[in-house]
Design a protein around this ligand. Structure first.
Ligand code: MG
Length: 400
């Protein structure tokens, strides 16, 4: 198969939704963090044979769509060209405008309604594979479950034979030249069609139907929009716990969350011995289900010798970002008999806010003693406890 391009139709006015009181056009509705049309684009972009996408928008929305697309490409790149172009009054006018904007090297076209975001990449591959040169195109269809009647003025004219009926979907696959011819013939004959296959049929060519997908519905009514809500995963809250101890009397000067504590007891450590950053890093790893700081930054690794522990924290924060883990709150407790830590709490909080991007009301720093008890009480060491509250968000990915 040579070069396949997609004409993605996002030029609808959502008139049925508007009648139901929803002002926003459905192609721009947000689902899992992206507008509806971008979900189709992301899915097509995964298929290696597909070389680019022409997307039609209502003419008044094209410049908005251009800016929006620039942002979307930064957030979630497609890896193939995506060109917004104006659509027309009728669906077929939009497709024809898309056809006129296709590059010379394009041989085959997939036409798809952006209001169908739930199709699978597998369906597209099946369409492409089912095409043979004797055909005018390949489309997905499902057997009708309902009995369909021809009706005029609320009176039944005829009951159609259900066995012969199929409900067809998009994407629909055609050779580019065939589809252009079909559209030009339809224009000459003033033939209005609700899908592209009808126009290719009108050329006298055969269209093959392959099994469509039940989930590949077209978002048309307010009720359909609920499908989007149901498909949005609920953010999952999680809590991570971190605990760390360092022994006094070692070679490293005391440092807490990057704040030097002049005159404080020195500590034993392979890294810089920042007990607070260690506990915090472990708490974040706890939220991620990703083990502990020793697994990620072993103290046998000479690279970490004397290293600033902000590096460990930053790395854990990167891991959090990659897994869509959003930190909501950090609560820290430092336990030490000596030194007095109250004067440093403000700067500690500031450093943590700087690295995590949290507001100061989302970070709490406490310092306490153990009343002379235990190893902290006997001034043999320091411990730190961190509790991180976060939300796991699954955004952006649509399945297969
Ligand atoms: Mg440690």
């Amino acid at each position: 198969m040579n070069s396949i391009w997609v004409i993605l139709l996002a030029a609808g006015q959502s008139s049925r939704l508007q009648k139901q009181g929803i002002a926003q056009k459905k192609q721009f509705l947000s689902w899992k963090g992206y507008p509806l049309f971008w979900h189709s684009a992301l899915k097509f972009a995964k298929i290696p044979e597909i070389k680019g996408i022409i997307c039609t928008f209502p003419p008044e929305d094209v410049s908005y769509a251009q800016n929006l697309t620039k942002e979307l490409k930064k957030k979630k790149p497609l890896g193939i060209p995506f060109y917004p172009v104006p659509g027309g009054e009728l669906r077929q006018d939009s497709v024809y405008n898309g056809l006129k904007n296709l590059p010379q090297e394009c041989d085959y076209v997939l036409v798809h309604d952006a209001a169908r975001p739930f199709f699978s990449a597998k369906l597209v591959v099946n369409l492409i594979e089912a095409f043979t040169q004797d055909l005018g195109g390949v489309i997905p269809g499902l057997a009708c479950k309902d009995t369909i009647k021809k009706v005029s003025q609320n009176l039944v004219l005829k009951t159609l034979a259900r066995k012969q009926l199929m409900a067809v979907q998009t994407p629909q696959f055609f050779p580019k030249d065939t589809l252009i011819k079909a559209h030009e013939k339809a224009q000459e004959e003033n033939f209005t069609a609700t899908d592209d296959a009808s126009m290719v049929e009108n050329l006298g060519l055969s269209i093959r139907v392959i099994p469509g997908e039940e989930k590949n519905i077209k978002i048309t009514t307010k009720e359909d929009l609920n499908m989007l809500t149901e498909n949005t995963p609920t953010p999952v809250p999680c809590v991570g716990f971190g605990y760390d101890v360092h022994r006094y009397g070692g070679p490293r000067p005391m440092i807490l969350a990057g704040v030097p504590i002049p005159g404080g007891p020195t500590v034993f450590a392979h890294s810089d011995g920042d007990v607070l950053y260690h506990a915090l890093t472990d708490a974040i790893l706890g939220c991620l289900g990703a083990g502990d700081i020793g697994e990620h930054f072993p103290d046998s690794d000479p690279q970490h010798e004397g290293q600033s522990s902000s590096v460990f924290l930053t790395e854990a924060l990167h891991m959090a970002q990659k897994q869509n883990l959003r930190l909501m709150h950090i609560d820290l407790t430092i336990v030490a008999q000596v030194p007095k830590l109250a004067p440093y709490k403000k700067q500690i909080k500031k450093n943590i806010a700087g690295l995590t991007g949290l507001r100061s009301d989302q970070i709490n720093v406490k310092a306490t003693t153990e009343e002379g008890l235990g190893f902290t009480g006997s001034k043999k060491g320091i411990k730190a406890i961190a509790v991180v509250t976060a939300i796991k968000e699954e955004v952006g990915e649509t399945e297969s």
